[in-house]
Ligand binder design. Sequence first.
Ligand code: NAD
Length: 447
Amino acid sequence: MTATTTTVKTAEDVNETKTASVRSKNSVHAPSHDSANPYQNALKQLELAAQRLELDAGIHEILKHPERELTVHFPVKMDDGSHRSFTGYRVQHNIARGPSKGGVRYSPLTDLDEVRALSMWMTWKCAIVNIPFGGAKGGVVCDPKQLSPGELERLTRRYTSEISIVIGPNTDIPAPDMGTNPQVMAWMMDTYSMQHGRTVPAVVTGKPVAIGGSEGRADATGRGITFIAREALRERGRSLTNATVAVQGFGNVGGTAAKIFHELGAKVVAVSDAIGGIYNPGGLDIPALQECANRDGTLTTHSSGKQISSAELLELDCDILVPAAIENQITTENAPRIKADIIIEGANGPTTPAADRILQERGVFLVPDVLANAGGVVVSYFEWVQDLQCFFWQEEEVNAKMEAIMTRAYRDVRQMARREEVDMRLAAYLIGVRRVADASTLRGIYP
Ligand code: NAD
């Protein structure tokens, strides 16, 4: 790896420098526009890192493709007696550094390319925080809100049964993601265990504590985001106290991050869910909004602020913006209008590569998903270790160990960004992709 420039470069600038000589006169300076396909975006991000690392072309080719992709179509008996067919996926991107690990998403919009991208991001994320896992992801095309509890359980059990040929405590360990929760993980664990004739808690993480889950796991992703925010503010001579925060998405990640920001004395000025958002420059009462969301299924019925759209939230004047909902929220269209000083990506893939470039040029400091939301998989790793050892830790111990890993990873990435004069995403990729490539090289190609 070589530092070839003296001014701060965006990931895209590095690409520009390295590829300028091979571009035809008429070619567009790519990518000046967004791709809505998360896998294409993930490939673009990998390509930028591969170029900068001068990665062996063969290793780059290997890393572009998930190692294993399973698509399943399976029937579920609905409450009215009819049968419906559902489609599910489990994609394992890479296992060079250990068994694969990654969540399961229940969403009507999920598809194979989304799951591929998410599995690749998991590979880099585990490598960046240096835990011994590769990356995987799963998904079922369904709207969990439209299913009864019984239908959700039967769908989960059948999906688990279908993918049980590729998951296991030493091979691939699922966890919750959008649309799934600890109860879904409990059904997954039970189904796998029944098939094996014994209880196998370590087959999934994010389980309820009563059946081998870890203290601190439910809040881990959101808590990790607040550790990262604290570090980013510290560099600017500031603390979380009275820092203004806007959070898009009010589920496991966004809701928890908002709650902990509020507890730590930050001023959460706006939050949103899939229906809409709410804004109060004086600060919102997050526990009250959480109660409202639990009661009504949305926070938009609360009257403590101005109603805004989720898109408007992204453009509010605040210190910290946390997109914690879905992909492709910050694009070339709205990136020029983002007013936050710091963006901490709670969701996976909320910013397109073309928008990254605009934000960098405008001096917005962005901490990428593969670092910012890694607190979840770090505590999932702790859960897996506790399950395998049948020895469980107190929540303080879990939180302190996660804080140490997240803080160190942040500082490593920040140091890399400074040394190589690149943005935080490219810096994180330089660390993650390098570690995975080194592991692949050391192990060699079988046979
Ligand atoms: P969740 O299902 O618990 O919550 C998703 C939230 O986003 C909900 O409040 C929903 O209403 C909202 N939402 C959906 N579409 C929206 C839109 N267009 N605008 C605003 N809000 C919208 O999901 P989650 O587990 O919180 O996951 C959110 C993101 O974080 C995903 O990208 C996921 O991959 C990522 N992530 C989750 C974890 C985890 O531990 N759960 C870990 C790392 C990353």
